[in-house]
Design a protein around this ligand. Structure first.
Ligand SMILES: [Fe+2]
Length: 281
């Protein structure tokens, strides 16, 4: 039988990588880097075969999609922020079998999910950035899931639950990552510059993010999922927080009871709010 060995909400913001270069951000994301590395270490220690990544940076308009290629190999430059992530090589084994199993399980629940094996379908940076720190030299398989921005919260919840059932029926040990921001009101173009990294773009959003972290720390998940649809839209969710809908679907939605452990302090990036946290099972 398969098993979820780790579930985490993570950040993938380019400022993490930029902080390793010379410049005003140098060293300022050390806590986030250490948190991603720690999650990678835990996943490996627990025998993970595969990282299943709900990637809010891979946005789909039509339907639900997985990149189920047998191999993910390429040189990545972000089309959205080519000055931030450029010519980044990646090479990871993929997991077409688990992709097919998830698609079949989701279909049983009336969802149409496609597990693509298309060599020219690349990974997006919501997967590539965390894998850079968590999956060095490709010790684990990678299965990346797009964020369908016109899907309902309920569809995303059902998809996450289908992932949990498919993993349980598989022979895999899987580390699951919700890769996306908390609130996501980005800075305006006029604010772009050395100061863009230091503040959450809206005090309302920052307060809501902190409240969500309190609810998680107090294990008040039933209240959290009740507010999640409004939180997703009113706090400018990245891909409407599809990753978080899927993750809580996978964890059991309002029935989840586990501990949430923050692995780094809440931090701003270009107006968004970021956290790296393990949802213990
Ligand atoms: Fe993003």
């Amino acid at each position: 039988m398969g098993e979820i060995v780790l579930a985490a909400k993570i950040a993938h913001v380019p400022s993490i990588m930029i902080s390793e270069r010379e410049g005003p951000l140098k060293g300022k994301r050390a806590a986030a880097i250490a948190a991603l590395r720690e999650l990678g270490r835990r996943a490996r220690e627990r025998g993970a075969d595969t990282f299943l990544v709900f990637d809010t940076h891979w946005i789909s308009n039509f339907g639900c999609h997985m990149n189920a290629n047998a191999r993910h190999r390429g040189v990545y430059t972000s089309h959205e922020a080519p000055h931030m992530i450029q010519n980044m090589g990646y090479d990871y084994p993929g997991d077409p079998e688990l992709g097919d199993a998830i698609a079949a399980e989701a279909a049983r629940d009336g969802l149409q999910v496609l597990a693509h094996k298309v060599e020219t379908l690349p990974l997006e940076y919501g997967t590539i950035v965390p894998m850079h720190y968590m999956n060095e030299r490709g010790w684990a398989r990678v299965l990346s899931v797009a964020a369908p921005i016109f899907a309902s919260v309920e569809e995303n919840r059902k998809f996450g639950a289908a992932c949990a059932r498919a993993i349980a029926a598989s022979g895999r040990k899987v580390a699951v990552l919700a890769s996306g921001s908390m609130s996501h009101k980005l800075v305006s173009n006029e604010q772009v510059g050395d100061g863009q990294w230091e503040q959450v773009g809206s005090e309302f959003n920052r307060q809501m993010d902190l409240r969500v972290l309190d609810l998680w720390k107090e294990r008040r998940y039933a209240e959290f999922v009740r507010m999640l649809p409004e939180y997703s839209t009113k706090c400018n969710g990245e891909a409407l927080m599809a990753d978080t809908h899927m993750m809580f679907g996978l964890l059991g939605w309002d029935g989840y009871k586990g501990e949430t452990e923050l692995l780094c302090p809440y931090f701003p990036s270009s107006g968004s709010g970021q956290i790296i946290a393990e949802h213990h099972l």
